[in-house]
Ligand binder design. Structure first.
Ligand code: HEM
Ligand code: HEM
Length: 192
């Protein structure tokens, strides 16, 4: 058994959570963007002979987005638990991860990418919770805003990792590591 059931369940639930979080960001930046929607609202209302100010249009557009963005926070909590559970697995799980020094150069690179990704996830969870609870934590709006900027910057690391990882496991499974993807489903060692 390469990956224990707990590890595999963690992998797939975590994947769903991360994809969900990326989904909420995607919607916020595209179909539910307050910039484009406030313009649509203003223009359409104008056609109906209703004039609203830019500020009023912004209020309407952000309130349309609000229900969707709640999912960023809900999935955000889920991510925080997921990261905690991964730390627990690090100490308590029997999945067979080879020692870093025993890996070949390619696998060392892959493993390093995972470490960077784990560090990014930890940062996203911590910074996300801090900006969500900045008032309770008695932080200034300015500081919360600065942390949000870094949160948004680190989002790019997640955005790069996901397609790279999926392409990577597809390529590996199709070439030198046949059965790699199944190993994350059935847990068995891959036959080489
Ligand atoms: C957002 C989506 C995903 C995230 C965040 C994610 C994250 C991760 C992480 C962090 C690891 C390293 C686990 C470890 O500590 O050893 C891993 C391994 C793995 N993932 Fe994913 N994953 C995602 C999607 C997928 C998908 C869609 C597939 C399959 C098509 C997949 C297949 C695998 C496989 C086969 C491994 C083991 C690879 C290896 O041994 O290097 N993952 N994933
Ligand atoms: C994979 C993990 C995450 C990614 C990729 C991500 C991505 C983002 C991005 C890109 C933004 C900026 C949106 C914009 O202004 O256009 C943002 C804002 C935010 N995120 Fe996250 N996030 C993640 C995890 C979390 C977590 C765990 C929480 C905690 C509950 C969280 C809470 C927030 C909050 C409160 C904001 C500010 C929203 C606002 O200004 O209205 N995020 N996130």
């Amino acid at each position: 058994m390469k990956y224990t059931l707990n590890f595999r369940i963690w992998h797939w639930l975590n994947a769903i959570i991360v994809l969900g979080l990326l989904g909420t960001v995607f919607l916020r930046k595209t179909f539910l963007s307050w910039r484009s929607n406030s313009e649509i609202l203003m223009n359409k209302l104008l056609e109906m002979d209703v004039t609203i100010s830019v500020d009023q249009a912004k209020v309407l557009a952000t309130s349309i987005r609000a229900g969707m963005w709640e999912w960023h926070i809900i999935l955000g909590y889920a991510l925080a638990f997921s990261v905690l559970y991964r730390v627990f697995l690090y100490f308590k799980d029997d999945s067979k991860h080879e020692k870093f020094s025993d890996l070949n150069t390619h696998k060392k690179l892959v493993r390093s990418l995972y470490y960077i990704f784990y560090a990014s996830l930890l940062f996203m969870a911590a910074s996300g919770l801090i900006i969500h609870f900045y008032q309770e934590l008695h932080l200034s709006k300015e500081l919360a805003h600065d942390i949000k900027e870094i949160h948004e910057l680190m989002y790019n690391a997640i955005l790069i990792f996901v397609p790279l990882h999926i392409a990577g496991v597809f390529i590996a499974d199709g070439t030198s590591e046949k059965g790699l993807v199944s190993s994350m489903i059935n847990g068995e060692n891959i036959s080489k």
